[in-house]
Design a protein around this ligand. Structure first.
Ligand SMILES: *Cc1c(COP(=O)(O)O)cnc(C)c1O
Length: 391
């Protein structure tokens, strides 16, 4: 779908994605499988194009959070194995099997439901057992006093008819924190995960085909967590301190344009509430980029966006569809000029720090009315707009 507007858009650099994948692939080695996490529309980068790129680059597995996200990939021709990290309603088990989608199994109740449904249609559902080693979210609780009951629950699921336990995995809570306590916590999670695996494998008399736990922090800092497969998201997209250390490249650049320029005398209140009042004659640019595009309103009067003449301050409240920037003394910024919200020239980490959040939230927040341009070799190879134009 083409967008005819030159308003606000995101540029997705698929070469940067390929580059990041190859750096990470070299880091983890050829013998370790590589799962790319593409949930939430690939963290806002577009899961279909991201998955196609990873598939071509040689990745082994993909992960999403729901069956809708998995189906979106299958319907668009992605053939790679796909793991659903979250729950799927039991009514959808037949679909999972039909489309060869792997399902996480996180507790006894779900295991039973999935088994029953698979047996009903005389088919096998491929599953990965999820172990809760300290994230305290989904998974069989196995820490401390829960070890024995955890192991028994896992063995029970593995032995249920209709289920094929291809893999087992866990998720780290603080692998991306550098303080001593977090390092200890991560090591404890890893040791517990390994203990669970050896006990389960001993009692079932065979090994899991794929054991995995390494998210972004673990891939960056704990090679001992790689096991059979790594499972990064953020690193692939090139954000955060570890991406920087590894020389990875940001995949998304979010751009907008100057739609109007106004000159105000000193003492002019700007935007809703008048929280900013000009202190001098001010040249102000109006940008077609507001909170409905994914700009956090909490960044009103705080954020800086990158222009051809350096950083310009957002002035006054960010509106639904627009915001204002101060471009006094920025002679190269004219109507139609490109403004970089974040990306190659304006690191997303600065904006996410300012908003008190993480890069993940900013890329996920880019809304459906912002078209995406996929770039290969400095050329736009595809454009995508998520609005309902197909009538
Ligand atoms: C989101 C997610 C990941 C990827 O996390 P990153 O921090 O982006 O690497 C890995 N595993 C699970 C279970 C997740 O939910």
């Amino acid at each position: 779908m083409e967008s005819t507007l030159r308003r606000t858009w995101s540029e997705i650099d698929l070469d940067a994605l390929k580059y990041n994948y190859s750096v990470l692939r070299n880091k983890v080695g050829k013998s370790v499988k590589f799962l790319g996490v593409v949930k939430a529309d690939a963290y806002g980068h577009g899961s279909i194009m991201v998955s196609k790129t990873l598939e071509e680059a040689g990745a082994d597995y993909l992960a999403v959070s729901s069956i809708d996200e998995a189906m979106e990939l299958r319907v668009n021709g992605i053939k790679m194995p796909i793991l659903i990290l979250g729950h799927t309603p039991k009514e959808q088990v037949e679909r999972l099997i039909e489309y060869d989608i792997t399902q996480a199994v996180t507790c006894k109740a779900k295991a039973k439901e999935y088994s029953n449904e698979a047996v009903k249609i005389n088919k096998i559902l491929k599953i990965h057992i999820k172990v809760d080693t300290g994230m305290s979210r989904l998974g069989y609780l196995c820490d401390g006093d829960f070890f024995d009951t955890g192991i028994e629950g896992i063995l029970e699921a593995i032995n249920m008819r209709g289920l094929d336990a291809e893999g087992i995995f866990t998720h780290f809570a603080v692998s991306d924190e550098d303080d001593e306590k977090s390092v200890e916590y991560t090591k404890h999670q890893l040791k517990l995960f390994k203990d669970v695996i050896s006990e389960v494998e001993r009692r079932m008399g065979r090994k899991f085909r794929i054991r995995h736990c390494a998210n972004t922090g673990a891939v960056a800092k704990y090679p001992e967590t790689y096991m059979d497969m790594v499972r990064p998201g953020l690193l692939l997209y090139g954000y955060g301190a570890y991406a920087k250390e590894l020389g990875l490249k940001p995949v998304m650049t979010l751009k907008t344009t100057v739609s109007t320029i106004k000159i105000y005398p000193a003492g002019t209140p700007v935007s809703y509430g008048g929280i900013y009042v000009t202190d001098k004659t001010t040249r102000m640019g109006v940008l077609p980029y507001g909170y409905a595009d994914g700009f956090f309103r909490a960044l009103s009067n705080k954020a800086t966006l990158m222009t051809a003449n350096g950083k310009a301050f957002v002035r006054g409240k960010i509106c639904m569809d627009m915001c204002m920037i101060d471009i006094s003394d920025m002679p190269d910024v004219e109507v139609g000029s490109e403004i970089e919200v974040f990306g190659k020239n304006n690191p997303i980490e600065e904006l996410s720090d300012l908003a008190g959040t993480i890069p993940y939230e900013l890329t996920c927040a880019v809304s459906k009315r912002v078209p995406r341009k996929y770039i290969v070799n400095n050329e736009v190879i595809e454009q995508e707009l998520m609005l309902r134009m197909r009538g």
